[in-house]
Design a protein around this ligand. Structure first.
Ligand SMILES: [Zn+2]
Length: 342
């Protein structure tokens, strides 16, 4: 159990990181020592009300945010493809934002439940492909092509938001902390064609993995995603005897899987030889189809949170009230939760 003091400290840390401030900077701005701030963040010391006001001001949240701190907002364990060039501070900022999202969503719409469960790969009892089929079964999806994947995940209790992730050069991040629901942030720079595979990849991390992903876990999440989107048993049946572009585009539309993921699938299930796979890749890149695929997939947008919030508004709640429930100022609240998606 986290104490109130600890919870407040964790929230303070998460907010500070999300604003890209160091302890030294924040301490200086509110007129205390870095050592004192460090103790407050670890839940070992208190601040007087006047200093809390300054802190809240500096972090651009209402003072009430700190009164509300109850449960852990410890920076989330997140899954993302590590990029050598991405500064640690940028990753910490996004991890902190993700924790804040969890706290805010909980306080806005209440405790949620998920119909997903965790699957352990340790011990090699399960392959990622088996887990993918199990998750399909748990969600009642059978083996058929999947409709709107974002909607499927939201239905399963996953919190999905579009988020600016280009700065840390990752397509998406996922976190599933203990007894909460999984959260997936999708980069708002990710092309629609790649988004479904990215979402499925993150879902794979969330259900299969405990810690930040290494190379092997990245491969597992990819294997999960491929089987989840397009189960081998079905794709093998439908694979065209003459794999022309038109025939593959038909499969792309039917299964909602990009051409480049599809030819990879063809290779992995033995329908394309290594050489045919290479030729396809060369073809896609020389024709520019790697960047802009024909028959682009329609963008899938998260709607569950916005719908819930709009319902509250229709029932007479004000943006100010809802923002305060989410421990935010109205402007940031609107930007975060009510922005129109394109
Ligand atoms: Zn990954």
């Amino acid at each position: 159990m986290t104490s109130k003091l600890q919870a407040r400290g964790e929230l303070l840390t998460a907010l500070r990181l999300s604003r890209e401030l160091t302890q030294v900077q924040l301490a200086f701005d509110v007129g205390i020592s870095q050592a004192a701030l460090s103790k407050v963040e670890s839940g070992e010391a208190r601040l007087d009300l006047e200093t809390w006001r300054k802190v809240a001001d500096k972090l651009m949240v209402p003072l009430s945010a700190f009164r509300a701190a109850e449960s852990s907002t410890a920076p989330a364990r997140i899954f993302h493809r590590k990029q050598r060039s991405t500064p640690k501070s940028a990753v910490n900022k996004v991890a902190a934002e993700l924790s804040l999202v969890r706290l805010r969503v909980r306080d806005l719409v209440g405790d949620q439940t998920t119909s997903l469960r965790r699957h352990d790969l340790d011990g090699g009892y399960n392959t990622p492909q088996e887990v993918a089929r199990d998750v399909r079964d748990e969600l009642g999806l059978g083996r058929a092509p999947l409709g709107d994947l974002v909607a499927i995940l939201e239905e399963a209790g996953v919190v999905v938001l579009r988020w600016p992730l280009e700065s840390i050069q990752v397509d998406a991040i996922a976190s599933w902390q203990d007894d909460t629901v999984p959260v997936i942030l999708i980069g708002d720079h990710v092309p629609a064609d790649r988004q479904r595979f990215t979402m499925a990849h993150e879902l794979g991390h969330a259900v299969m993995h405990e810690t930040e992903a290494d190379k092997e876990q990245e491969a597992e999440a990819d294997a999960f995603a491929a089987e989840f989107l397009a189960p081998e048993s079905e794709i093998a049946k439908e694979w065209p005897s003459d794999a022309s572009l038109d025939a593959l585009l038909l499969l792309k539309r039917r299964w909602g899987i990009s051409l480049s993921a599809l030819i990879r699938r063809g290779k992995d299930i033995g329908r394309l030889t290594e050489q045919e796979y290479r030729q396809w890749n060369i073809h896609l890149s020389t024709t520019g189809m790697h960047r802009r695929e024909p028959d682009p997939t329609e963008r899938e947008n998260p709607t569950a949170l916005t719908t819930a919030i709009r319902k509250y508004l229709a029932e007479g709640a004000s943006v100010e009230e809802l923002a305060s429930t989410a421990h935010m100022y109205p402007r940031e609240f609107e930007q975060t939760f009510l922005q129109e998606t394109s």
